[in-house]
Design a protein around this ligand. Structure first.
Ligand SMILES: Cc1cc2nc3c(=O)[nH]c(=O)nc-3n(C[C@H](O)[C@H](O)[C@H](O)COP(=O)(O)O)c2cc1C
Length: 179
């Protein structure tokens, strides 16, 4: 049994990337994994100040909801990021969390496998390339981890449009089962 942390980063409730996250969770629970889901839209997460104090203290000078989420990230075996594509990149909420996870850079961490679930209006799978590049930049700095799988939920604009893309939802469910 693995400890899986799913980070749903869209500000849109019931949105397409959140539905991909729920499909992944369904599969992971079927496989017997322990899953925690965190929705960033319910959290207060401020921007990293860039002070780098965390590199000495391993804790952040900002007292908001990020440190608790970062602790959960540190302890999870598997991280799953669900994001909408915003201007061919990850959404700002997800990037802000990755920056705030900087206390983990000099620390020990459990996670090894990282998954990405992305939703985009554009129907071309390349619409997600910028998100993959951005997340890989973060993963490169955590060299015990690797990007294990990506679901490209393309051609989904309005909340729930992803239901018209059953292959993407099934891919997320299957990824959860095999995590
Ligand atoms: C600020 C903003 C920027 C967006 N930029 C893109 C984009 O560059 N490419 C694209 O295909 N879709 C873009 N979209 C559309 C979203 O990716 C799409 O609606 C997606 O389904 C949203 O996922 P969500 O429901 O999980 O929030 C953008 C949407 C917003 C609000």
């Amino acid at each position: 049994m693995k400890k899986i942390l799913v980070l749903s980063t869209s500000p849109r409730k019931g949105g397409n990337s959140d539905m991909l996250a729920d499909a992944f969770i369904e599969g992971a629970r079927e496989a017997g994994h322990a899953v925690e889901k965190v929705c960033l839209r319910e959290k207060d997460i401020r921007f990293c100040k860039g002070c780098l104090a965390c590199q000495k203290t391993q804790s952040c000078v900002i007292h908001d909801d990020a440190p608790a989420i970062v602790r959960s990230m540190q302890q999870a075996d598997v991280l799953v990021f669900a994001t909408p594509v915003y201007y061919y990149a990850m959404c700002g909420q997800m990037k802000t969390l990755l920056d705030r996870a900087n206390p983990l850079f000099p620390a020990e961490y459990a996670f090894r496998d990282v998954y990405l679930l992305a939703a985009a209006a554009d129907g071309d799978e390349s619409a997600v390339d910028g998100v993959v590049n951005g997340l890989n930049g973060w993963i490169t700095c955590f060299d015990k981890s690797r990007l294990r799988g990506v679901v490209r939920g393309v051609g989904a604009t309005l909340p729930g449009d992803i239901r018209q893309k059953p292959a993407a939802l099934e891919a997320a469910r299957q990824m959860g089962r095999q995590a």
